[in-house]
Design a binder for this molecule. Sequence first.
Ligand code: KG4
Ligand code: ZN
Length: 356
Amino acid sequence: MNILGIETSCDETAVAVVTDDRKILSNLVLSQLKEHEEFGGVVPEIAARSHMAHLDRLVKSAMEEAGLDFGELDGVAATCGPGLIGGVMVGMMTGKAIAAAHDLPFIAVNHLEAHALTPRLTDTLDFPYLLLLVSGGHSQILVVEDVGQYYLLGTTLDDAAGECFDKSAKLMGLPYPGGPYMEKFASECMDTKAACERFDLPRPMKGRKGCDFSFSGLKTAVRVYVDKLPEGALQREDIVALAYSFQQSVTDVMTDRCENAIHYFLTHQGKNATSPTLVVSGGVAANATIRAGLKNLAERHRMNFIAPPVPLCSDNGAMIAWTGIERLRRDMTDSLDIAARPRWPLDPEAQTRRTA
Ligand code: KG4
Ligand code: ZN
């Protein structure tokens, strides 16, 4: 089975072809970074226009690289939400047009589900598993019970983890998206103890019951420290120390929140699982320190740990195509009248958080 996957929900135009025996035949990602750079974040109208300008060519290249004609596809999957609605519409309409023209099933993919199922593309992983999903727009802990079945254990009450990385990096004068820059500078830190003493950042929600996150206080604490430094551009050694302490704080919070989730998982859904597994996915899952902290936590609780290869953590078409395969196998296809959804929770039953 060959599926074409299209992703346009944020600032990456991405197209891939994936097979049901987990081969990625092509996986092309066109980043719009340069187009948004001067604005310090993603501008929705620019993103939508850029997806429109590049998507057709990218689909053609992905099909050529896969060595397939449209007639050899078994379905077309496109992100239909959540995300920036203009961009989502571009990818969704292109996907529907290809499906209609070649009489193929169409699969409307929830972008968050695609991050959640990516580890099943790259590793052997059975349901249920415990997932930390951390990206630019979301920070959630979920039990992945099956395709389309999620139980939300925790979410952020304010900013997402990636958003906190990006906003803190911006305060420090680093380019967008700040996550990878923060990791790079943090890795240069030699005196880690001194860095954490000098920039003593909070661990919001650590030690509290439940699995919710809060990141806005951490960002504010970074701002307070930046304001205390001499005016003008920060010195490299200040950036290095602050980035290190920041990354440490985020890792601590994530492992603390996940530890509560592990206790829940192991006494409920996970108790019958032959190999209980903790999974991390989404753009922030590319961070090596966070991965190492979570791996260590999983091992302490005798759980397996899986994180997708770094290029499949951030937005890509392969995760959309793979979700298309998971759904098509279960006859979960969609009509061509399905609408794009700017919001699309994985667990619609979850109690709405007061401030989320
Ligand atoms: O999943 P993703 O590509 O897009 C969304 O669905 O949001 O995630 C993007 C986020 C950005 O906030 C980016 O700064 C963050 O992932 N990110 C990282 C790293 N690489 C990307 N955060 C921390 N460390 C990294 N190495
Ligand atoms: Zn994403």
